[in-house]
Write a protein that binds this ligand. Structure first.
Ligand code: C2E
Ligand code: MG
Ligand code: MG
Ligand code: MG
Length: 290
């Protein structure tokens, strides 16, 4: 009978569901103390141009749990959003982005830093004022800071979003759509929102250049972006073949393990090529980060 099957089904899944609910609860409890215990770190992953020169980095949060080790952002960011901790974390990342850009302004004035935005953070009543005062306090040209937003953030309350984005763009900030192509974006938003950049999701990059459909999708995104005057960064570039394919198709920004894994921000800074070396083709110099 269906009922018996249902019961078996329940009996099979229930302990697992309890375990994962319990695990999530304990993770959420640990997360509450993680800030005070200084368990978070900011990592940076290089973004390079078609010839391998570093053009900037994306900042990525890390949580080092004393027993579990590194907890993936995909696991703890949703919990941090539930508890509101994401506001503190997000503010910290933005602040570090600006102080880092300020520190780099003498030696590397061309570099940009990209920061992932939580919906909660973006929708704070005073977010625009906070951004304005942070930029003023640190003296950073806003153009060097890229805010990465997801398609789901964009489509929630689109009128409100467009207005807020415009206010931030008026400060000089730039917006990128993260994981482009995986959400519900439409051409209408591309036209309507003050965007600077599209980030091609790594799921489309993964099987290029071998897969005909993924190759077509990536080329189409590049074509739309070029026609709309948007910059493009491809994420998840893991192989030389992918990098060559993207560069051949005029993708200006490349990010992925092929060029460098995310690393602690301080290490990324210390490994930056200095002076004119930063402008050299990476293939010309043996000590360039790969
Ligand atoms: P994302 O913004 O799409 O970041 C790109 C993710 O791809 C990062 O995962 C990065 O480590 C990973 N990645 C980079 N290169 C490669 C590659 O070659 N191959 C593969 N397979 N993966 C690659 P990570 O660091 O685990 O972050 C996951 C997500 O967590 C991010 O996705 C972002 O949505 C979110 N996140 C990270 N830091 C923050 C933050 O400060 N604030 C907010 N709100 N979200 C964050
Ligand atoms: Mg991102
Ligand atoms: Mg992404
Ligand atoms: Mg992602």
């Amino acid at each position: 009978r269906a009922k018996a099957a249902g019961r078996n089904h329940m009996a099979f899944y229930e302990p697992e569901m309890q375990a994962s609910a319990q695990e999530e609860l304990s993770l959420a409890q640990d997360l509450q103390r993680a800030w005070d215990l200084g368990q978070f770190a900011i990592y940076a992953q290089s973004q390079v141009n078609g010839v391998g020169q570093i053009i900037g980095a994306e900042l990525l949060l890390r949580w080092f749990h004393p027993e579990r080790g590194a907890v993936a952002p995909d696991q703890f960011i949703p919990l941090a959003e539930e508890s509101g901790l994401i506001l503190r974390l997000g503010e910290w990342v933005l602040e570090r982005a600006c102080t880092t850009l300020a520190a780099l302004s003498a030696t590397h004035p061309q570099l940009t830093l990209s920061v992932n935005m939580s919906q909660l953070q973006f929708r704070q009543d005073d977010f625009v004022e906070r951004m304005a005062s942070l930029l003023e306090r640190t003296g950073v040209p806003a153009e060097r800071l890229v805010l990465e937003v997801t398609e789901s953030l964009l489509i929630a309350a689109v009128d409100d979003t467009a207005e807020r984005m415009t206010q931030l763009v008026n400060l000089g900030l730039r917006f990128a759509i993260d994981d482009f192509g995986t959400g519900y974006s439409s051409f209408a938003y591309l036209k309507r929102l003050p965007l600077y950049e599209l980030k091609i999701d790594k799921s489309f990059v993964k099987d290029t250049p071998g897969s005909a459909s993924d190759t077509a999708i990536v080329q189409s995104i590049l074509s739309v972006a070029h026609h709309l005057g948007l910059a493009v960064v491809a994420e998840g570039v893991e192989t030389q073949a992918q990098a060559a394919f993207l560069a051949a198709n005029h993708c200006q920004g490349l990010q992925g393990y092929w060029f460098g894994r995310p690393m602690p921000l301080a290490q990324w800074l210390s490994e930056l090529p200095t002076g004119d070396a930063g402008l050299l083709d990476a293939t010309d110099s043996s000590d360039q980060p790969k």
